[in-house]
Design a binder for this molecule. Sequence first.
Ligand code: NAP
Length: 327
Amino acid sequence: MERKRCLISDTEIYDLIIVGGGPGGLTAGLYAMRAALKTVLIEKGAPGGQMALSDEVENWPGTERITNAELSMKFAQHAQSYGLEILSQEVVAVNPGLDYHSVHLANETLLKAYAVIIGTGGNPRKLNIPGEKEYYGKGVSYCGVCDGFFFKNKTVLVVGGGDTAMEEALYLSKLAKHVYITHRRDAFRASMILQERVKAECKIEVFWNTILTAIKANEEGVCSVSLQDTLTGEKRNLPTDGVFIFIGFDPNNQLVPAGIKMNADGYVITDEKCETNISGIFVVGDLREKYAKQIVISAADGSTAALAAAHYVENQKAEAACVLPEG
Ligand code: NAP
């Protein structure tokens, strides 16, 4: 006999659970509330995700300049003004089901929802060189806004040639006495406008074709780095008080359920609705495979996924209306 599905009591189940409070998750929350979905957003840290960790945003349309922390707060307040529930908890697993999906929290609570949106972003990529792990927090950092203050009038070194490295080097140049950038090639991949600003900043000095091979410290923290020229192989020591590493990041895909398709780099493959190959599970923001990582793109993902989730939940509820076998 054909399997019959029963409607789960509305008091037991959310329409939508959003995992992650970055720009994708918070925008999804805003759109979900406006679509009258019973929604909870779960975030283990402060709202904003990676967005909250850097300095200023200059490319959020309609706002020429805003601090990332302020933009994060505005995203959260906007969604909450429509009644979004934000739970400060850690999610440990997302388990797909036929009628509903389950979200397990670290405090052993089990939540259920017809649809789940995962927007857990990524983590800074590591160089994996001697001294990096050992001196993290003692001069090694992945966040200029968080740690730049400790390097006021000191010398710091930035690793990387992308947008993040440029933005962070410019930010650090406002505080530090001198900023070195080491890049493994002879050209940055960052956008031209940022490259021009870096070139115009007299406090910033670039070492091209250069890699870091070790970070050294004394009792006060980081004191120097070992550099190697990638063309000549020449090695040298450079004194510095801090090392800021911005070489991209790895997607946070630990909560992505088994069976969901990912690419070779660990980014989740979705369709144009941001839906994965498992119905009712959506992925937004930097965790999703796409051309570029931008706040505006994550936000767009969030709205797309929430609108698609609303449609999905409506269909699920209609389909699940209990039909008892005849006789
Ligand atoms: P990214 O664009 O991937 O750049 C990473 C940089 O680190 C590259 O220059 C890369 O060198 C270098 N690198 C990677 N692995 C390395 C290693 N093991 N050793 C030394 N160098 C290494 O990463 P991102 O700068 O974090 O940016 C990520 C995304 O966010 C990008 O799409 C970016 O456009 C976007 N973003 C945008 C803005 C903005 O628009 N305001 C701000 C920040 C980030 P190669 O160039 O040789 O590969």
